[in-house]
Structure formats: structure tokens, C-alpha cells
Write a protein that binds this ligand. Structure first.
Ligand code: ADE
Length: 219
């Protein structure tokens, strides 16, 4: 998978992209690229946004700037990009991210478009294949949402997470039929009187499996 993130704040991704599973995915041949809209703006004074038509608060990321950035990175016509890869706008108006969508997005190349301020000019719909939200609340920009999408998607790439079983049994994976994962405990077995369920200390794997199966979905 190749994933290109378009943002006004590429430095916001520095920590995230240095994480082990991203590094592991990179070693497997997956590619993560950042592009700053401002580096490709056709406007003077590095302008990227403008006031909204009709008035109102804030600034809107310009569609000509978004197109210019996409065309600088990929060449060709930005409206055709969605034919070869998923082009995703991060927006609170989008379809809510879930495990199935993460799995689907992991199947091919990906472009993530982060908005800022009041978001991207609505004509971005001419460019995107998907509009994705990470929840019913408004963030200051798409960067945190893009990292959430990237994280969920990268965990679906075979080999990116060192223990594949941990991905399968994870909360919300389809193998749990939408349920949440069973609770996890580690040492010490007792702390301040708080104990670990006896069965987990028993070494009896069949019983442990049954206990875990009963816990799934209890939240
Ligand atoms: N940008 C601002 N808020 C967002 C959200 N909830 N999801 C995705 N992108 C966003």
C-alpha cells in the first residue's frame, strides 16, 4: 500500500510515522508520504485558504490549492486519481470509521486529505472517493483523524503487527462479530486487594478460552 497524506501540518505526523508498526510496514514495502498543500500552492504569498462565500467565521481551504497539490504529487488530472486509489477527505460530515472500513481501505493505495479551519471547499467532492469521520465531534483539523485512519488501516496490513493473533482478536474485529475484546490482565496477580480472575491463573487453556468467549462484548 502507498499512503499519501496531504496536510498543512506535516510535522504533526513525525511522532506517529516513527512508531514501530509503521516502520514494520515500511520494511514490508508499504510507503507513507506526506505532502504540504502550501508547498504546491499556485497562489502568491503561499496562500492556501480564503474567506467563505456568503460570509461566516473562519477560513476555507481552497479547491484550486488541493488540486494543485494532488497534481504536483501524482501528475495528471486530480479528478481521475480516485480511479486508481481511494481518495479520502477527513471530515466530521463523513462516514464513521469502523473496522470494516479500515479493512477495506487497507486493500489498495490511499490518499488522505486533511482540512483545517472550516474544512475544505465543498467541491472537494469532485476529487474524493470517500469522506470519513472518526466520530460525531468536530476537531480543529483532519490530522488527528488521518492518524486514526492510518493506524487502523496499517494494523490490517499483513505483517505490520508482529503478532497476527493480536489483530484478529482485537476489539471490533469481524471475528468478534462486532463485540469488544475480552479483558486482559498481567502481573501482579494481586495489587491493593484487586485480584485477577482465578481461571486466568489456572493454566487450563480450554477453560480460559471459554471464560474469554463469555467476556466478549461485555465492554
Ligand atoms: N475533521 C474535523 N473533525 C473531524 C472528525 N470528527 N473526523 C474526521 N475529520 C475531522
Amino acid at each position: 500500500m502507498r499512503c499519501d497524506v496531504f496536510t498543512l501540518f506535516p510535522q504533526a505526523f513525525d511522532w506517529y510515522l516513527s512508531q514501530v508498526h509503521i516502520q514494520a510496514a515500511t520494511r514490508l514495502g508499504h510507503e507513507f508520504q506526506l505532502a504540504n498543500y502550501r508547498d504546491h500552492t499556485p497562489l502568491t504569498h503561499l496562500q492556501v485558504d480564503d474567506t467563505p462565500y456568503g460570509g461566516g467565521a473562519g477560513m476555507v481551504l481552497r479547491i484550486d490549492v488541493v488540486c494543485a497539490a494532488l497534481e504536483a504529487v501524482f501528475g495528471g488530472d486530480a479528478t481521475k486519481l480516485r480511479r486508481s486509489r481511494r481518495v479520502v477527505e477527513l471530515t466530521p460530515k463523513g462516514r464513521q470509521l469502523d473496522d470494516a472500513l479500515a479493512e477495506d481501505l487497507a486493500k489498495g493505495d490511499l490518499v488522505l486529505l486533511c482540512g483545517r479551519y472550516e474544512g475544505i471547499d465543498e467541491r472537494v467532492t469532485e476529487l474524493v472517493s470517500d469522506r470519513v469521520s472518526i466520530g460525531p465531534y468536530v476537531l480543529s483539523g483532519g490530522e488527528i483523524a488521518a492518524m486514526a485512519v492510518l493506524d487502523a488501516v496499517t494494523r490490517k496490513l499483513p505483517g505490520a503487527v508482529s503478532n497476527p493473533a493480536s489483530v484478529v482478536s482485537e476489539s471490533h474485529a469481524s471475528e468478534l462479530a462486532g463485540g469488544t475484546e475480552y479483558p486482559q490482565y498481567t502481573r501482579p496477580a494481586e495489587f491493593r486487594g484487586w485480584t485477577v480472575p482465578e481461571v486466568l491463573l489456572s493454566g487450563h487453556h480450554a477453560e480460559i478460552d471459554r471464560w474469554r468467549a463469555r467476556q466478549v462484548g461485555k465492554g
